[in-house]
Write a protein that binds this ligand. Sequence first.
Ligand SMILES: Nc1ncnc2c1ncn2[C@@H]1O[C@H](COP(=O)(O)OP(=O)(O)OP(=O)(O)O)[C@@H](O)[C@H]1O
Length: 580
Amino acid sequence: MFSTVKLYIPFLKYLRKRIPLLILLFILILGSTVLLIITPLILEAFLKNIRMQFATGLLLPLALLFLLLAVARPILSLWEAYLGDNISLLATNELRVDLTLHCLALDLRFHTQHTPGELVERVDGQVATLNNLFSRLVLSLISNGVLLIGIIGMIAFTIHALVGLVLALFTIFSIVIVYMLHSKALPLWKEARKQRAEMISFTEERLSGLEDLTSSGAQSYVLRELASQSRAILRTFLRGFQAIMRTRNLLRMFFDLGTVVALLLGVLLFWGHAIPLERVYTLFYYTTLLQVPVEQIVEQWRSLQQGSGSIANIHELLAEKSTIHGGDRPLASEALEVAFERVSFQYIEDTYALQDLSFVLPAGKTLGLLGQTGSGKSTVARLLTRLYQPQSGTILLNGHPIQDYALADLRRAIGIITQEVHIFNATVRDNLTLFDDSISDDVIVQALEQLKLTDWLKRLPEGLDTVLSSREQALSAGEAQLLSLARLFLRNPQVIILDEASSRIDPATEQLLDQALKQLLQGRTAIIIAHRLQTVMQTDLILVLENGRCREFGEREALLQQPDSAFATMYRLAAGEVRQ
Ligand SMILES: Nc1ncnc2c1ncn2[C@@H]1O[C@H](COP(=O)(O)OP(=O)(O)OP(=O)(O)O)[C@@H](O)[C@H]1O
């Protein structure tokens, strides 16, 4: 039990800021508990009045008081629930933000091992469970705990200390037994959660490949797999549910036994003239009142156990640390020199994606990166932006290892355009500024003018307000690259890495891209992973990669002059293809 409680302690910091609300909540809980506890005393007074045939005029006020309490209690409960949910939503929203930021700061190695579906389940699904738990924990555990103590205290003080002691022991015994039985259900809940996360990842992954799946008629395979995963979840869930139901029924039996014992004790006390007859009724009432909080604590325990699976997962996620750390060297604001010194990198052990790669790209120069597919071109970009850490060698920026610079500064200084430009379901403006409201429309239009993209802007039906959809193919590959060139231009990085779109681009867009690129590259250091010879003809240097190794590196002009160079051969081949 303590290990479960310990799991929750780190999250108390999210409640600390809300102490005034928590105090208010506690007062409400206390108020509704007092109302519940005094109700049987009113009934007792009512019965006493009838039995002793006192002034019957008291009966009506007592009945009205009873009614008043009956109305006040649900109103207080409503406020409790509202306040509890409010506190818990505020706290868990904060946790959700912290978790999202944490995930974003983790390196790519972590993200390749965990699918987006799995992270969504962890960041959202498990935090939602925690939210449920916080509100129910605050409300149910505290209010039921207060109620239990209140009832047993009232029995001890108003009926008999011995009866109070017996019922207190009985209650503790029931809770312990229930707790022990519940421990059996915990691994089952955990397993069900894990299976659910796997199913979400599966669905997410298959949905992202919808086009391929539909065109190849693989839907039935996906559905079969989905059905088998759902069946597995159902089986685990049912086993957990059965374990809970067994415990619940056992508790009911316990309480029936407890009521009999309490009545027996009451009757004995009445016979011994220790209490009047109506107090036997009060004892019976209190004993039946005990069952609800104990039962609810059991229910609460079930949620707590479900939640501890979530909390353990959240802890696990928070314990993930990025293997990539930055330093605090300030970065110069002008164009930067990029150098690779004997850099080797493996994604998978014993398989080199880059091996012993060295080159120097002087500040303000452009490098055309060529090589067959899988030769390591994108890996150069990933290492330079520190998405991965090379196993050996050093990458230098202005003569200093890149790990000396703060990660945020480095990523601000290096702008990258990948082949898969992500289009957000938002306006062109937001897609260009990446939701930065501080960039005015004038600045955007000026940037587009400089990149010679005003015609493109004019063609958009609603200009900057045109909404692009991330689902539909809103832009062609070329247009998406145009958009990301402008995006980068607004960010003004010192180094640019462009992984050029390999798909066919129409001549008009190609011309726009070339113009915009020329503008963007002015005064900046750039690495262009080129798929078109036309682009490479604009660069100063050429690096040809072959199986992760440098096959050729040099000035473009010089390489072109050497007939036996790899680049000149590529050029001749491409020119030949064009002529054919
Ligand atoms: N996340 C990864 N895990 C394991 N291996 C990877 C990963 N990413 C790339 N690789 C492998 O590393 C090698 C270099 O990949 P890289 O993406 O750098 O090649 P590339 O030259 O950019 O290819 P392309 O022109 O097709 O984009 C390839 O063999 C690739 O299969």
